[in-house]
Design a protein around this ligand. Structure first.
Ligand code: ATP
Length: 267
């Protein structure tokens, strides 16, 4: 099972900001997109999920072209996108926000199945279970990020696109989010992870693509990129990554994460 972009270009008002992207995401792997602000990561993510039409090139799901499919059709086919900025509906309850994630399947889902899905996605997010009837707007930023991811999971995707899931979160929550992303991979979900926190995303990624001014400039195994000089200089040096001033702390967290992960699987 593969989701692929081939020579994909996308942008705004007919002008490409990502150019000729070749990318593949296989079942059960985490693939990181690393790049500076404005490099084109979100644009690429949106064109894969259909929120932004491709200007040219192909998107293939298990070899079949889907670049003309609507975003809803792509969700039905197993591709869910958790956009940057969470976009939680603050006036709707947490349960209602979750139900929206399964909207495209609503005709096929009985009420019992819908509730089973809510219970299932909440297993990973106990904080949501306790507050299902509370408005989404009452959650903290980190909890809203968890709700946004849980809402994406309501569609039971095979491919999950996460755009800046750690943005604006405290270091503890960042670790929590990264651990959860690892756990999702363990459930067989393939994850395309767009992150400014290059250090931590490369630490958990099976493979990664570095995007610069809309083009892939470097690709390889996540841990291999962590050791590449040009990646270190551009994305991992002091002052780079999430919470630039927190770089040393970010490095310590990454080391902690690595220890947790290496105790759980052979890499
Ligand atoms: P960030 O992490 O800051 O979101 P990014 O790597 O995700 O960065 P994009 O958001 O994809 O980058 O932006 C790529 C380019 O496209 C930037 O030059 C940006 O200004 C431009 N852009 C993004 N959204 C729009 C839009 N809605 N209309 C026009 N141009 C846009």
């Amino acid at each position: 099972m593969t989701l692929e972009a081939r020579s994909l270009s996308a942008g705004y008002a007919g002008r490409a900001v990502v150019h000729g992207i070749d990318l593949a995401l296989e079942a059960g792997e985490i693939v990181a997109l690393v790049g500076a602000n404005g490099a084109g990561k979100s644009t690429l993510a949106k064109s894969i999920s259909g929120l932004l039409p491709a200007l040219s090139g192909r998107i293939l799901l298990d070899g079949k072209p889907i670049e003309r499919a609507s975003p809803a059709e792509r969700v039905r086919l197993g591709i869910a996108h958790v956009p940057e900025g969470r976009q939680v509906f603050s006036g709707l309850s947490i349960a209602e926000n979750l139900r929206l994630g399964a909207w495209v399947h609503r005709r096929a889902l009985s009420e019992m199945e819908m509730e089973r899905r809510i219970a299932r996605v909440c297993e990973a997010f106990p904080v949501l279970v306790e507050r299902l009837q509370h408005p989404g707007g009452t959650l903290s930023g980190g909890q809203q990020q968890m709700l946004a991811i849980a809402r994406g999971l309501m569609a039971e995707p095979r491919y999950l696109i996460l755009d800046e899931p750690s943005l604006g979160l405290s270091p503890i929550l960042v670790v929590e989010i990264f651990r959860m992303i690892e756990a999702l991979r363990g459930r067989g979900i393939a994850i395309l992870l767009s992150e400014q926190n290059a250090r931590m995303s490369l630490a958990i990624a099976d493979r990664a693509y570095v995007i610069e001014t809309g083009r892939v400039t470097i690709e390889g195994a996540g841990r291999e990129l962590l050791r590449r000089r040009e990646v270190i200089e551009r994305y991992l040096g002091v002052g780079k990554g999430v919470g630039a001033s927190d770089d040393a702390r970010s490095a310590r967290l990454t080391e902690g994460l690595r220890r947790i992960f290496s105790s759980r699987r052979i890499s």
